[in-house]
Design a protein around this ligand. Structure first.
Ligand code: ADP
Ligand code: MG
Length: 327
């Protein structure tokens, strides 16, 4: 099965930041409200994610590391309306097939913690007692040590860390209620304290997007047949030639979706010279049964059942907001 695992790893585990994404999503699914991300050497040496979520019971540690084992979907019906970020049960197995991975965890019911480690070509898992508060730590050491081709594809420490930093920023905007700490080579790089008031949320937004964005940020909020769109977008007056502030979320999931991007682009293009700058942080919320997230292994694309309706709603809402602001 190791071969199958390494093939699957190609889909989910592209580079250190993809590991961080999968592990932080697991922490969020576990209900954590504090997540610490420790990175050494851009993630090539160490990726450690520590959370205060529900933990994994001792008897399920081995299962958690095996392929297609997930606690998140029990029935086919669950697949229809996915609420959790993970559901394929592939991430831990894939990551452990291309690194030295340990999973240390304790649930509230257990008086002690346990650590599981996948070893050798057969990926046999050993479990031993450990010290850990309620929650989970996943440690990924020497990523791609056994897949030289992938290891070669890793960029410089600086570049790989920049990808991780960008990812953490995106996640920080997906869950204002969660404290996130990012360290690189032992130094704190980002510290987002849980933000619960509007004021605190805007402070986090400013920390992630910078003050220029905030100066021109226009809050939007719109609703149409059970679809809600809210967030911030930079008004035409704030137009700057910088295109990297484009964050969209569907039901709390980070997305780079063609349909959404097209609708947003179209709204900007109606009011600005075509192709000019757009910056936004936008949230779309709808009944999970109206959207299929099972299209892309890394889950950044979706399929809306009512694609046309969603597209036109986004366009209309943003066009009105931008138009109003331009007056
Ligand atoms: P998926 O997230 O798709 O279920 P993963 O391979 O990412 O698959 O994780 C496998 C299982 O391990 C999860 O379904 C969950 O039960 C458990 N798990 C992984 N990470 C954590 C965590 N940080 N806290 C609690 N449980 C976890
Ligand atoms: Mg997962």
């Amino acid at each position: 099965p190791i071969l199958a695992n390494q093939i699957a790893a190609g889909e989910v585990v592209e580079r250190p930041s993809s590991v961080v994404k999968e592990l932080v999503e697991n922490s969020l699914d576990a209900g954590a409200d504090r997540i610490e991300v420790d990175i050494d050497k851009g993630g090539a040496k160490l990726i450690r994610i520590r959370d205060n979520g529900c933990g994994v019971v001792k008897d399920e540690l081995v299962l958690a590391l095996s392929r297609h084992a997930t606690s998140k979907v029990a029935t086919l019906d669950d697949l229809e309306g996915i609420n959790s970020l993970g559901f394929r049960g592939e991430a831990l197995a894939s990551i452990s097939s291309v690194s030295r991975l340990t999973l240390t965890s304790r649930t509230a019911e257990q008086s002690e913690a346990w650590q599981a480690e996948a070893q050798g070509r057969e990926m046999s898992v050993t479990v031993k007692p450990a010290a850990h508060p309620v929650g989970t730590t996943v440690e990924v050491v020497d990523l791609f040590f056994n897949t030289p081709a992938r290891r070669k594809f890793m960029r410089s420490e600086k570049t790989e860390f920049a990808h991780i930093d960008e990812l953490v920023r995106r996640i920080a905007l997906s869950r204002f209620d969660v404290t996130l700490i990012l360290r690189h080579n032992g130094k704190v790089v980002r510290q987002y304290k849980s933000a619960n008031t509007v004021q605190e949320q805007e402070r986090r937004l400013a920390a992630v997007c910078g003050t220029p964005f905030m100066h021109h940020a226009l809050a939007v909020s719109s609703e149409h047949s059970d679809v809600r769109l809210w967030g911030w977008l930079a008004t035409p007056a704030g137009a700057r030639p910088q295109n990297d502030l484009q964050y969209t979320y569907v039901n709390g999931r980070m997305m780079r979706d063609k349909l959404i991007n097209h609708a947003i682009r179209q709204a900007y293009d109606e009011l600005l010279p075509a192709g000019s700058f757009a910056a936004y942080v936008l949230y779309i919320e709808l009944d999970p049964r109206q959207v299929d997230v099972n299209v892309h292994p890394a889950k950044h694309e979706v399929r809306f059942h009512q694609a046309r309706l969603i597209h036109d709603f986004i366009f209309q809402a943003l066009f009105s907001a931008l138009h109003e602001a331009a007056k």
